[in-house]
Design a protein around this ligand. Sequence first.
Ligand SMILES: [Fe+2]
Ligand SMILES: [Fe+2]
Length: 214
Amino acid sequence: MIGRRRFLDVLASLYIYNEHRGYSSIDRVLEAVRRKCPDETEFIEAVEKHRRDERKHYLMFKRYFEKRGQMPFAVGRGCGHIDRLIGLTFRTTIDELDTDAVVASDAMFKKLCRIIILTEQRGQRQLDSLLLSPAALSDPMLIRIFEVIREDEPSHWQPYQYWLDKHGGGGASWAERAADWLVHQTLLLVKLPLMFFTPGLARRITWHDADDPE
Ligand SMILES: [Fe+2]
Ligand SMILES: [Fe+2]
């Protein structure tokens, strides 16, 4: 079925983009955590593990595309869940997020933790539904990747939640939840179908990590 193959191709292209944005953004978070809580080694180690896992997820999708002999579709910043959520809640891009300000301000640091929790929990729920989807179930390699990610997901948001509970960070605000909902709906109901139906959609020429700092 051409439609199913195309859907999975678009889906995997969105995933690999988001996994790459995930681990590159965590580099900023890790820097903030190390400076803000230098004595909280367990928290720092959990964020380091989070970074390693997201990179592992990225590499699983990379192998998936390599095996299929095709590059992922080119996906823009507008399709990055964390990009758009940071944009809506901090009114800046991830790359321009001021690490010094985040370290200096408890309120900003707690907000960043809440945004990561929302993103990871969203990912977890999305995988629960994908793992029941007949289209995804028809691709054994993809389903195996989704199973691994689903298993890792709770360990990605729990350390931030634990830290917030310990430091009185509270739950996500109404506006943060609404932003998360909006980003997800737009991705699912606008961006994904748009890519699916765009004829001649360009594929990437290089891998996402080709420009990663060493
Ligand atoms: Fe991931
Ligand atoms: Fe994750």
